[in-house]
Design a protein around this ligand. Structure first.
Ligand SMILES: [Zn+2]
Ligand SMILES: [Zn+2]
Ligand SMILES: [Zn+2]
Length: 159
């Protein structure tokens, strides 16, 4: 799965990212007995149009381009499903959503976010997760949710 980690070069075959994300989602839904409905699939497809996280209204706009505009509630519910199923993550600092690149693995969300092009890369980092766990424990703190977001400039934008 190493090729899904980090930032993708602008020339990468994004169709492969999309098809593997949708396959993973179907597989995970099947295994967990979740209903991967048309709407949920459509919203995940929109999230995977690029590696840039999208706000709820951007998602609505893009869905509208493909036909009728769904009610915002429908989209919010689909997003809730995707978040709960671990197929997408919420980036809280910018209130946006992004498809998960490794939904088959149980993991904490950790993102590198480029402030220049807006793309985000999900990165694996068990050592970081453990360090945060320890830090919290030493403060007597119980973690409920943990999303690591690191803002900077991606390799494509530095080039
Ligand atoms: Zn891609
Ligand atoms: Zn993820
Ligand atoms: Zn960038």
């Amino acid at each position: 799965m190493a090729n899904h980690m980090g930032f993708q070069a602008p020339t990468h075959d994004h169709k492969r990212c999309v098809s593997s994300a949708l396959e993973n989602a179907e597989e995970k839904s099947r295994v967990l007995g979740l209903r991967f409905t048309k709407t949920r699939r459509k919203v995940l497809e929109v999230l995977w149009q690029s590696h840039n996280p999208l706000g709820a209204y951007e998602i609505l706009d893009r869905l509208q381009k493909d036909g009728r505009r769904p009610a915002p509630m429908v989209v919010y519910r689909a997003l809730d499903f995707l978040l709960e199923a671990g197929l997408a993550h919420k980036i809280s600092s910018c209130k946006t959503f992004i498809g998960c690149s490794t939904p088959d693995e149980n993991h904490e969300a950790q993102f590198l976010i480029c402030e220049s092009c807006g793309s985000a890369a999900e990165v694996a980092g068990q050592p970081l997760a453990e360090a945060l766990e320890k830090t919290a424990a030493s403060a007597g703190f119980k973690i409920n949710q943990r999303v690591v977001e690191i803002i900077g400039v991606c390799p494509n934008c530095q080039a």
